[in-house]
Ligand binder design. Structure first.
Ligand code: FAQ
Length: 311
């Protein structure tokens, strides 16, 4: 009986308990989770590209090994997240088809180019830093498979953030040219990393319902402000600056304030017209086509094993 099921669902949410794949859930809850988790999975997979771009150019064997491990972690995050999304009833093949067709969203941030080695530092520090600030509260998301996936992902993201910070610290303490390169990377990644938190609260159509369902625990602006407060301290240790004269703590609201962001640029990126959108999708399509033989071989092997078992 639908009302009893709805009541049970509402009770679980009110108790701050978890919804599991076997439980009844409203269609809209299922849909919003499938949307957010699949977008998140796509972000992890597309997010491998800006950094993979620098693996062959890392300045030492050690840096290369660390960067490779980091990019592989992102692939792993994508896989847990696709699995979590599959529990909601969409197949991974369908999600991948939507991504390749350009029908699915992924984080705006990965449509910006990684121009220098210092960008590996800025991405780790700012992009992974923003990802942690956004994702730690998601460990308590009401949907069990998503919350549990987030726990491990956040641990790995913490390592990523430290490795990025350390790259910047080394450059900032190097030659004048190296310090300049680090500063330039921070200048370019700062505003896009703040936009990762999503549109301002009064322009965020999904927030209210997602918060009522205990998927999101804080609003986009709340998390963005918190993140600004974190990096404003960390940048001092780096001996660098943030490209923002407006940063300040507002005693009254208890929030960190920053320069207004260019939301027209954000909308352009979401509409597919950012600096690297076309390149990112093209590369993803190529990788998918190049990997076809692996999928075919795996399927053939699985079929043979299944046949053996029935013999
Ligand atoms: N980019 O109503 P809201 C990583 C869309 S971290 C693109 O506020 P919501 C780690 C949004 O989908 C990056 N689209 O939406 C890594 C919606 O469109 P729709 C991934 C964005 O869902 C590091 C519309 O705008 N992290 O990958 C963005 O309540 C380094 C209206 O927005 C996550 O996905 C954006 N920045 O809040 C990997 C975290 N912002 O679907 C490699 C989980 C908004 O209605 C290297 N996701 N949109 O067509 C979330 O927390 C939420 O989904 C938000 C957006 C906060 C992103």
């Amino acid at each position: 009986d639908l009302t009893a099921e709805q009541e049970q669902f509402d009770r679980l949410i009110a108790d701050d308990s978890r919804i599991e794949p076997r439980d009844w859930m409203p269609e809209a809850y299922r849909k919003t989770l499938a949307r957010q988790i699949s977008q998140h999975a796509h972000s992890e997979i597309i997010g491998m590209q800006p950094e993979a771009n620098w693996i062959t150019r890392a300045p030492s064997l050690k840096r290369k090994a660390i960067l490779m491990a980091k990019v592989q972690d992102e692939a792993g995050h994508g896989l847990y997240l696709y699995s979590a999304a599959e529990t909601l009833g969409t197949t991974r093949d369908q999600m991948m088809a939507d991504l390749i067709a350009g029908k699915a969203r992924y984080s705006s941030i990965f449509n910006y180019p990684a121009r220098t080695w210092a960008d590996m530092g800025a991405i780790g520090w700012l992009v992974d830093g923003a990802a942690i600030a956004n994702q730690v509260p998601l460990c308590r998301a009401s949907y069990g498979p998503y919350g549990r996936a987030m726990v491990r992902i956040c641990k790995e993201e913490s390592f990523h953030q430290r490795q990025g910070f350390e790259i910047l610290l080394e450059l900032a303490n190097g030659t004048e040219a190296q310090k300049q390169m680090a500063q330039d990377a921070v200048n370019r990644w700062y505003a896009p990393s703040l936009m990762m938190f999503g549109p301002p609260d009064d322009d965020s159509p999904n927030s209210k319902q997602s918060m009522a369902w205990n998927i999101k625990r804080f609003s986009n602006d709340e998390l963005r402000s918190r993140f600004v407060g974190m990096i404003v301290e960390q940048v001092k240790t780096l001996g660098l600056t943030l490209p923002d004269d407006e940063i300040g703590y507002n005693e009254e609201s208890g929030k960190w304030e920053h320069d207004p962001l260019d939301w027209d640029e954000f909308k352009e990126v979401l509409a597919g017209r950012g600096p690297c959108n076309a390149q990112r999708l093209e590369r993803r399509r190529e990788a998918h086509d190049d990997g076809a033989w692996v999928r075919e071989a795996a399927a053939a092997y699985a079929a043979k094993q299944a046949e053996k078992r029935t013999m």
